[in-house]
Ligand binder design. Sequence first.
Ligand SMILES: Nc1ncnc2c1ncn2[C@@H]1O[C@H](COP(=O)(O)OP(=O)(O)O)[C@@H](O)[C@H]1O
Ligand SMILES: N[C@@H](CCC(=O)OP(=O)(O)O)C(=O)O
Length: 397
Amino acid sequence: MAASSNTPSAIAQAKRLVVKVGSSLVTNEGKGIDAQAVAHWARQIAALHAQGKQIVLVSSGAIAEGMARLGWPRRPNAMHELQAAAAVGQMGLIQAYEVAFAQHGIRTAQILLTHEDLADRRRYLNARSTLYTLLALGVVPIVNENDTVVTDEIRLGDNDTLGALVTNLIEAEALIILTDQSGLYSADPRKDPTAQFISIGTAGDPALEAMAGGSGSSIGTGGMLTKVLAAKRAANSGGHTVIASGRETDVLLRLSDGEQIGTELRALLPVRSARQRWLANHLRLRGRITLDSGAVQAVTRDHKSLLAIGVSAVEGDFERGDVVACVDQHGVECGRGLINYSSADTRRIMRQPSARIADILGSMSDAELMHRDNMVFVRGALPGKSLLTGKTTSEPQ
Ligand SMILES: Nc1ncnc2c1ncn2[C@@H]1O[C@H](COP(=O)(O)OP(=O)(O)O)[C@@H](O)[C@H]1O
Ligand SMILES: N[C@@H](CCC(=O)OP(=O)(O)O)C(=O)O
């Protein structure tokens, strides 16, 4: 697919779309599933289906609905309680979508994903092939994070990120994020009544990230920042993003007709290959290695493979084949890739020429520490939590 388009209706032209609906919208601010809203989206998606478009729905709301069903007035903090609420609420969510889509003769499928499913190459390819098969069968997949099995450390947490990952996974041309605001404002309109509406922007523009704040409600997670970052991620596969109000009448049909509603964040970044996206989409890294300035230049400017001689420090505990961050002398991530040696072996061969690897380790599996085909480079900082430090790290784009 083309890297970008300046056509006024990139969303209208999209044949494969991901629609993401947020918790507060689906559950009417936590009061319980808004069956009427669900029916409206199902009707619109059915109409788009009839036009030959393929749609994956990423729906939040399991925890909020579970809390409503269990009579819990406040969102619990304990992970096991959140997981229990999600397990209860997911039933209601899926039931509501099944009933609503059945009115239009459309079958639905439940897909629960974790970060691990998308980080492991084999599982990633399996998920992709299942989604493609469902779409080919005319089924609407309803995706959510598999909240009941993920721990705090590895959960995505917000479904904006999940929506973008699914957009990358199936190479959708558009990601439509429906929320409780009309789109992105220059500041959180709940806090700043003078905030200006942003109708169009470029995905990945750091100025937009500065405007976007966290969630203003107790129901949603992530707020506008995760939506703006999701647009940047969706752009990696050429996906344009719209952030719009899910309460806007016929919002999906009108967007698909080319009407400008909400905030459109266009994909103008060069499109990455599926393999590069898979590498870039690793949100949790097993370790990091520090490159000297010559190595930074060799890998980022000259696109060479990384050799052990250019590495000056190793952090973390990783195995051959893990995804590891490459940082410069200042600790700034300049890329990441699949490493050919474990952390223990990397520590022993760092600063050494490849010709010495066999002497040091007893054998040499690869001359390169990271092969250029297995690396991606940073185009701008995006947060992703490091398994190593628990802190946010930049993410290769
Ligand atoms: N710059 C901004 N523009 C619009 N909304 C913003 C902005 N910054 C923060 N927000 C907040 O983001 C909220 C939407 O995110 P969130 O609560 O996570 O919803 P969802 O459940 O739909 O993902 C809005 O209700 C608003 O309070
Ligand atoms: N997987 C969670 C969604 C997390 C969440 O709150 O997402 P969102 O409302 O999109 O910010 C759930 O279904 O409750």
